[in-house]
Design a protein around this ligand. Structure first.
Ligand SMILES: CC(C)(COP(=O)(O)OP(=O)(O)OC[C@H]1O[C@@H](n2cnc3c(N)ncnc32)[C@H](O)[C@@H]1OP(=O)(O)O)[C@@H](O)C(=O)NCCC(=O)NCCS
Length: 249
């Protein structure tokens, strides 16, 4: 388990990442691992690449969660909160929290015992329109406008992933107004990248928002309902993934 529920020490969060661009032929039992509704969703993708990535993503998610739970991957059952956030459908729901993000061919998963988490990764691509003014707060838009070309693009993705990670951790989805909180756009470390939060959405001091180390060309963020505790990220490496899990993929 990634952390001790009774501890006053740091909140531990495991971060897993894997490529979605694997051949389905290499993903043993992919179809039989998925539930009926997951298989139905897979069939509804119009493009083969999206269907394959979804299946590889869900298979990886099930395999990783199953190792924490000590059960078979196909026995992992998901429920969904009122805003569609997937949760483990367990008798004791507080036992393990997770959140998944995928962008292009990359997947990233945050896993924590007893603590809500939200994660977002995005591939950094040129922007074709002014998206910021539709989604960012006034002060975030002003911070972005003060930057020049290349800096602005990366800062846009920092802002986007940080906001999305917070919304995903909060659990109320896009019913959380995107102008009810400000995030830092800067390339700084530490866990205080959430800078303002409206009182009716939550207490600023209860949340940690952190940068994630991601593969080149991507941007990533993690939000944790840390209740003032430090957050300790454990990157579970690709080699650990390969050694422990490739045989199961
Ligand atoms: C669905 C949403 C949770 C994330 O969408 P996204 O960034 O496109 O996708 P991500 O890959 O990061 O996350 C998708 C995963 O999050 C999880 N998820 C789904 N609904 C969720 C919710 N309400 N809360 C938290 N996690 C959720 C699922 O595991 C999902 O994986 P799946 O598609 O394989 O089932 C939601 O926030 C959304 O619709 N965002 C739209 C973009 C937007 O307006 N962003 C504003 C940022 S400034």
């Amino acid at each position: 388990m990634p952390n001790d529920p009774g501890s006053a020490g740091p909140v531990a969060v495991d971060i897993w990442n894997w490529s979605l661009d694997q051949s389905l032929a290499d993903v043993v039992d992919a179809h039989t691992l998925l539930s009926g509704d997951e298989q139905g969703r897979a069939q509804r993708f119009l493009k083969d690449v999206d269907r394959r990535r979804y299946i590889v993503g869900r298979t990886g998610l099930r395999r990783i969660l199953a190792t924490y739970l000590g059960i078979e991957p196909r026995a992992v059952r998901f429920g969904y909160n009122n805003w569609g956030k997937p949760e483990l459908d367990l008798a004791d729901r507080s036992r393990l929290h997770f959140n998944l993000s995928h962008s292009a061919g990359e997947a990233m998963l945050a896993v924590s015992a007893h603590t809500e988490v939200g994660i977002d990764i995005e591939e950094i691509r040129p922007l074709e329109e002014d998206i910021a003014s539709h989604f960012f707060s006034g002060s975030e838009c002003a911070a972005l406008a003060a930057l020049s070309g290349g800096e602005r693009l990366v800062a846009f993705y920092r802002c986007w992933t940080r906001k999305e990670a917070f919304v995903k951790a909060h659990g109320a989805g896009l019913s959380v107004p995107l102008d009810s909180f400000d995030v830092s756009l800067e390339a700084v470390e530490g866990q205080h990248l959430l800078e303002r939060l409206d009182r009716d959405v939550g207490r600023l001091a209860d949340w940690a928002l952190l940068n994630l180390d991601v593969v080149d060309g991507f941007c990533g963020a993690l939000a944790v309902s840390a209740a003032g505790r430090d957050v300790k990220i454990h990157y579970r490496s690709r080699s650990a993934w390969s050694a422990n899990m490739a045989s199961m993929m």
